[in-house]
Design a binder for this molecule. Structure first.
Ligand code: PMP
Length: 316
């Protein structure tokens, strides 16, 4: 789908996967005018396909587009394009329990612009790929290191939207952490260097005395759709959930820690390392709260339990 100065996207079309043509002077290549989304399609037992809250991805892209001076497709255009793309690729949606079809909507400033300014033309496209289950043998805990030198976002910056540059800026710390054997990096706020923000591509939750807490959304962390869903699922199960500032000291003193995101769904954290000190959680790092919430959310996404929330969209 394309859009020029009038801010309206034309009707899109299906194309075979392949390279795209882009001006060397395009806004996305020169000034980083790019946003993306990530969602999954799951196969139900009866063979039909389920999307999980696609309108939330559309709304988040629209919010990000506003921050990045870009026009965005309407919620309806976005969701229709996702449905069309998934249906055209339905043979690639794995059987239930064997993974899902990852859907990647991408919005970019494709028009040429030499001086710093918003691009004169935009392109919205979607590509898909089958992916396996994140945890091949049940839930496996991840080991995080708290990053002390680099920050992912600063107040007033673009940390709260899913813009491409945010991901380039985490590569250095993430690569160094992985080389040392950690699964990923947990970022602290850039002002006090003391409060939890998020991991490179997921949100973080801390459990203490059965109370579940997660950093509040204040423009420096991505408002994860899994985060939002887990808060609702946890509340519906009777847990107390708090969205607030959480210090690194509280993190180290927690009973359980877990991360949420489209890729990992709910991922238990087995250990955290902060300034060389390593703290492990629980017996094998998989706490009961993480396990409960993981199975509640995955059964909903795969259509194994009744969707009382009305979150899933069935495609036939
Ligand atoms: N934070 C960041 C930085 C992310 O890239 C993601 C993945 N989109 C998340 C959190 C989790 O968001 P969601 O649950 O919508 O996948």
């Amino acid at each position: 789908m394309k859009c020029s100065q009038d801010g309206k996207f034309t009707k899109g079309e299906l194309q075979r996967y392949g390279n795209i043509e882009l001006s060397p002077a395009s806004g996305v290549l020169n000034y980083g005018q790019g946003l993306f989304e990530g969602l999954k399609a799951y196969r139900k037992e009866d063979g039909s396909i389920l999307l999980f809250r696609p309108e939330e991805n559309a709304l988040r892209m629209r919010m990000g587009a506003e921050r990045m001076c870009m026009p965005a497709p309407s919620v309806e255009q976005f969701v229709d394009a996702v449905k069309l793309t998934v249906m055209a690729n339905k043979r690639w949606v794995p059987p239930q329990g064997k993974g899902s079809l990852y859907i990647r909507p991408l919005l970019m400033g494709s028009g040429a612009v030499l001086g710093l300014a918003p691009a004169p033309e935009y392109t919205f496209l979607i590509y898909v790929s089958p992916v396996g289950n994140y945890f091949k043998e049940g839930l496996a805990p991840i080991n995080l290191v708290v990053e002390n030198e680099f920050h992912r976002a600063a107040p007033g910056g673009t940390g709260g939207v899913k813009t491409i540059g945010n991901y380039a800026s985490v590569l250095k710390a993430q690569t160094a952490a992985k080389a040392k054997g950690y699964s990923d990096v947990l970022y602290l706020d850039s002002v006090h260097k003391r409060y939890l923000e998020e991991v490179s591509s997921c949100n973080v939750f801390v459990v203490k005395d059965k109370i579940i807490s997660t950093p509040a959304i204040k423009g420096t962390i991505l408002p994860g759709i899994t985060r939002k869903s887990i808060i609702d699922v946890a509340c519906s199960k009777g847990y107390q959930v708090e969205e607030r500032q959480i210090s690194v000291e509280e993190l180290l003193d927690a009973d359980e820690v877990f991360c949420t995101g489209t890729a990992v769904v709910v991922s238990p954290v087995g250990s955290i390392t902060y300034l060389g000190r390593r703290v492990s959680y629980g017996d094998k790092g998989v706490g009961i709260v993480s396990e409960n919430l993981y199975s509640a959310l995955t059964s909903l996404q795969m259509g194994l339990t009744e969707d009382k929330m009305g979150w899933t969209v069935e495609l036939n």
